[in-house]
Design a protein around this ligand. Structure first.
Ligand SMILES: *Cc1c(COP(=O)(O)O)cnc(C)c1O
Length: 357
């Protein structure tokens, strides 16, 4: 039996991805070869790459004037590649958690970071009503904070180029791509297996690459765009799997349908938490993530947290232990999670509470 997987990343992926990818690993397109044995420059793989890019544009309604590329190095490489390319002297970063802090650390190597942070309350809310200086090279945000459990649901209007790390809420709601100059993320939360990074970049942003700074070839966005993500050997297996996710999202009704399901799952879980005498959410209500649902036990039950993780595990609900920096629990309910997965966890929570009340 397939378990109820609440892992934060890598995480649950769709059954159609698992089936079609495993078949292609054994034999791809009736070629007498595996997907991972053929040349990335063969027409059969080129078709996979082209379809992945086209589906990405279609599913996310990406306007003209943007390129989609797939690279290695994870979202973490983007933390350094972005300032390397675009930070001449100063950039604005929203510091909303662990990943945003890591991005800031890299940016500081290249200039001044103007930072607005929610660290004062352990990243339990999403900052609002701040000013952005006029002279920044770009604004960097993390739309969903995978570890702390907050999310922003609007597409910001800012004057400077807007760059967003969407690793953990990508394709979970419609996004007005035109408001962003770059959207990126590691695939392993909503898009596919770990090992590929997606980048949606406005072609005009390339005009802002810092002049007079030598940038290693592999770290130049322009090269990867020009070469169609094939400057070097791309991660073919991962790109195939990403295509399977995009096909699945489209068949399910697109990002609008993904959002509806995400709201349904999150509401069920947050309602259970809010009506419980044992569990509590430390996150500001309006900023609660639909993808990473963070909760803890009330003080009088704190010593039962490990016991509940085991109790849920016996009921096939796995991956709910909170990140070591936050404690408690985190149920990650990405696109491939089902309402049945969440219902199973809710039942475990209710049963545990009844047993210990
Ligand atoms: C997981 C995660 C990352 C790191 O991604 P890697 O692909 O492992 O480098 C960055 N940002 C966010 C928001 C994440 O959730």
């Amino acid at each position: 039996m397939r378990k109820h997987i609440f892992n934060a990343g890598p995480c649950k992926l769709s059954d159609s991805l698992l089936k079609n990818t495993s078949e292609a690993i054994v034999e791809f397109n009736g070629l007498g070869q595996s997907l991972i044995e053929i040349s990335h420059r063969s027409k059969d793989f080129q078709a996979v790459m082209d379809e992945s890019v086209e589906l990405m544009k279609e599913v996310l309604s990406i306007p003209d004037g943007y390129s989609v590329v797939f690279l290695g190095g994870g979202a973490s490489l983007q933390f350094c590649m972005i300032p390397y390319n675009f930070m001449a002297s100063k950039a604005f970063y929203l510091n909303t958690g662990t990943w945003a802090s890591k991005a800031i650390k890299e940016a500081k190597m290249w200039g001044e970071v103007v930072e607005v942070s929610s660290k004062d309350k352990n990243f339990s809310y999403y900052p609002k009503g701040y000013d952005i200086p006029n002279d920044v090279d770009y604004v960097h945000i993390t739309t969903n904070n995978t570890i702390s459990g907050t999310e922003i649901f609007e597409d910001l209007d800012v004057k400077a180029p807007l760059i967003a790390d969407m690793s953990s809420d990508f394709l979970s709601r419609p996004v007005d791509v035109a408001k962003y100059d770059m959207i990126y993320g590691g695939a392993q939360k909503n898009l596919g297996p770990a090992g590929v990074t997606f980048i949606i970049i406005k072609d005009e942003l390339l005009n802002k690459v810092v002049a007079d700074r030598p940038i290693p070839t592999m770290l130049q966005y322009g090269i990867h765009i020009d070469k169609g993500s094939m400057y070097n050997t791309p991660p073919v297996f991962n790109i195939f799997a990403v295509r399977e996710t995009l096909k699945w999202v489209k068949a399910m009704g697109g990002v609008e349908a993904m959002e509806k399901l995400a709201i349904e799952r999150a509401e069920l879980l947050y309602n259970t938490i809010d009506s419980s005498n044992m569990f509590v959410s430390p996150i500001a209500k309006e900023d609660r993530s639909r993808m990473n649902i963070v909760f803890v036990m009330k003080d009088q039950y704190k010593d039962k947290e490990a016991e509940f993780v085991a109790f849920a595990g016996e009921r096939n609900c796995i991956g709910i232990k909170g990140h070591r920096s936050v404690g408690g629990f985190r149920a990650s309910t990405y696109n491939a999670s089902t309402i049945e997965d969440v219902q199973a966890l809710v039942k475990a929570m209710n049963d545990f509470e009844a047993k210990n009340a």
